[in-house]
Design a protein. Structure first.
Length: 256
């Protein structure tokens, strides 16, 4: 039985991950902003799966939050065996029209917090010779995305960081997996006002399916995995076609 720390758990892929790990008999530490939702999620998962569920309510966009999470877990007397860096959001539009504050918060959550939590929990995993880390990237990690420039750039960091760390950790008993979903039916799209775009009209996956793919890949110790056949083809095309073709197509997908 492992103790699994998951960020961004109260909806979407994070909630699906929490459900999956609890169903498999793992103890969970849930991290999200909304304390009321976390309490309901804790009670629900504990009653159905009879595992231990702790939660930490905090805003990942705030400075020092990774250290805060680490200290609260230390106070609980817990060790993290599996880290799921799932939390994320988007700010879509032409770069000259988007909000700098939201983009800086995105960089904080997608890059700084993900890196910090990995840095803080990885040494313990290595010392124990056992651990798994899953970082949620995006198909956008494989290509520049006009009208989604900052988001795609942060996910490119997640992919590159995970790939490099995977190699470093060979032989330690710890693995790193980067899960790259495409369009998924969650609150993510509506919060970013892109649920009516072409990107979310076709081949949209359910969060439970994405989490299941991520879980299986994590358990197998895979380096990267792209969720869904359509998304695999999309990533393949981004590697084969020149950027002069990929860029206009990516921009077109954000039209309503």
């Amino acid at each position: 039985m492992d103790t699994v720390l998951i960020t961004g758990t109260t909806s979407g892929i994070g909630a699906a991950f929490a459900e999956k790990f609890a169903r498999e008999g793992n103890n969970l530490i849930l991290v999200s902003r909304n304390a009321d939702k976390l309490r309901r999620q804790q009670a629900d998962l504990q009653s159905r799966y009879h595992v231990s569920i702790e939660y930490i309510s905090c805003d990942l966009a705030e400075d020092g939050v990774a250290e805060l999470i680490t200290e609260k877990i230390r106070q609980l007397g817990l060790l993290v065996d599996v880290l799921i860096n799932n939390a994320g959001f988007n700010e879509v539009g032409y770069f000259t029209d988007t909000h700098l504050s939201k983009e800086l918060n995105m960089i904080q959550v997608h890059i700084k917090v993900l890196t910090s939590l990995t840095k803080l929990f990885l040494p313990g995993m290595i010392d124990r010779g056992h651990g798994r880390i899953l970082n949620v990237g995006s198909t956008g990690a494989y290509m520049p995305c006009p009208c989604d420039t900052v988001y795609a750039a942060t996910k490119a960091y997640v992919l590159s960081f995970s790939n490099g760390l995977y190699q470093e950790l060979k032989g330690t008993g710890v693995t790193v997996t980067c899960l790259c979903p495409g369009a998924t039916q969650t609150l993510f799209a509506s919060k970013a006002n892109i649920d009516n775009t072409l990107l979310f009209k076709f081949f949209v996956m359910q969060p439970e399916d994405v989490a299941s793919i991520g879980y299986k890949s994590l358990m197998k110790g895979k380096r990267t995995t792209t969720a869904g056949l359509y998304n695999k083809l999309l990533v393949l095309s981004s590697k084969l076609l020149p950027i002069s073709i990929i860029n206009p197509i990516a921009q077109w997908m954000f039209k309503e």
